[in-house]
Design a protein around this ligand. Structure first.
Ligand SMILES: *Cc1c(COP(=O)(O)O)cnc(C)c1O
Length: 378
């Protein structure tokens, strides 16, 4: 039975308690599951019953992993405690000591730290390169994985995933893509041949800025390995957070539709503003829209401190993708850990503002942004 993306995203309830026909899955807020007898214990280990202990598996976390896998058109998925832990177990399902990873140079700051500081301590080598120029030349004998983001942060470069998969396949290397900014509403990397798709579900999947969670979806063999890592490293998600994320996913389509329309209107409205040097907003993400992050650079024409003080109801936060419009300052938060030379090379300037466009009235978002820019005009 074929279903459209919107239908699939609304119908994510899969783990109802059949004894009590609740409309939504109850929160299985329990650390463990009981056994009737010794045979019942054996049944868990031979696969005849599902649950033992919540670090190992829980109906709510399983429901979330499978829901995102379905939206990504991937066979299986798992939920983890954060986007970063999903990235970690995903990478560890492919790479071990002695292996090499080629990663994009403009990754999310937290991902950069994980790869540059932690994975290297496990003996995994990482090269950070420009995927537009140097992807293929960075591949070595021991390269096992190519890692990037479908839309990069904060400058919103749209990755050519087909091209990357082609290069990786030619060299027999796996691919992993962070699809947080695009969401499966806009881009489905697994359908383009990517082996592992990862999300910070903290962002659009949850959608309401009230949880920290991650999801990894992809090939069965790799997800099975990542699941073992999740259990052994203790990176499991709590049942309540999984439940909230599933609840968020039910409105993913309608939220994204509004988010991307508002963002397109805001990007247009700010393009000619006299305090704005440059607007970053992609044009080639998907036929459904181009994402809901708009980044502006006001280094030369505006005063950045005045701008941040003039935003009225728009809050300054170090996150994105909630229903409320918010702004962040990448050089001081998400990209603080990048070396200064990389910040400069990538265009992460002292006048760069990342706007996460919410689902309010577009007119309100535009007028509030415009008056803050008017006040900050040099
Ligand atoms: C937030 C974010 C992450 C990290 O996710 P957490 O849930 O904070 O661990 C990774 N990638 C991208 C693109 C993000 O925006």
């Amino acid at each position: 039975m074929g279903q459209g993306f919107d239908t699939k995203s609304v119908h994510v309830t899969m783990k109802r308690n059949e004894g009590v026909p609740t409309k939504v899955t109850p929160i299985h807020q329990t650390s463990a599951f009981t056994f009737d007898n010794l045979e019942d214990i054996e049944n868990f280990f031979n696969g005849e019953r599902e649950y033992l202990y919540s670090r190992v598996g829980n109906p709510n976390t399983d429901e979330l992993g499978q829901a995102v896998a379905n939206l990504e058109a991937a066979p299986v998925g798992i939920a983890t405690s954060s986007g970063l832990s999903a990235i970690m177990v995903g990478i560890l399902s492919v790479a071990q000591a002695g292996d090499h990873i080629v990663a994009s140079e403009d990754l999310y700051g937290g991902t950069y730290e994980l790869l540059a500081n932690e994975l290297t301590a496990f003996g995994i080598e990482v090269s950070f390169v420009s995927f537009e120029n140097d992807l293929e030349t960075a591949i070595r004998e021991n390269t096992v994985l190519v890692y990037t983001e479908s839309i990069t942060n904060p400058l919103l470069r749209v990755e050519n995933l087909k091209n990357i998969v082609e290069i990786a396949n030619k060299h027999n290397i796996r691919t992993m893509v962070d699809n947080t900014f695009a969401t499966p509403y806009l881009v489905q990397p697994y359908s383009l041949g990517v082996n592992l798709v990862v999300h910070s579900a903290t962002k659009y999947l949850g959608g309401h800025s009230d949880i920290t969670a991650g999801v990894l979806a992809g090939e069965e063999e790799l997800i099975a390995k990542a699941k073992t890592k999740t259990v052994n490293l203790g990176s499991n998600l709590s049942p309540f957070e999984a439940w909230l994320t599933v609840r968020g996913i039910k409105t993913l389509s309608v939220r994204m539709e509004r988010h991307v329309n508002n963002a397109a209107r805001l990007a247009d409205a700010l393009a000619e503003h006299p305090a704005v040097d440059k607007v970053y907003y992609p044009t080639n993400v998907s036929e459904k829209g181009n994402g809901a992050i708009v980044t502006i650079d006001i280094t030369n024409k505006g005063d950045i401190a005045t701008f941040f003080e003039s935003l009225d109801w728009i809050k300054i936060v170090a996150t994105l993708a909630g229903v409320e419009t918010t702004v962040s300052y990448p050089i001081a938060t998400s990209h603080r850990s990048l070396p200064e030379s990389s910040q400069q090379a990538l265009g992460i300037t002292k006048g760069l503002v990342r706007i996460s466009v919410g689902i309010e009235d577009a007119d309100d978002i535009i007028s509030t942004m415009k008056q803050a820019l008017d006040q900050s005009k040099k």
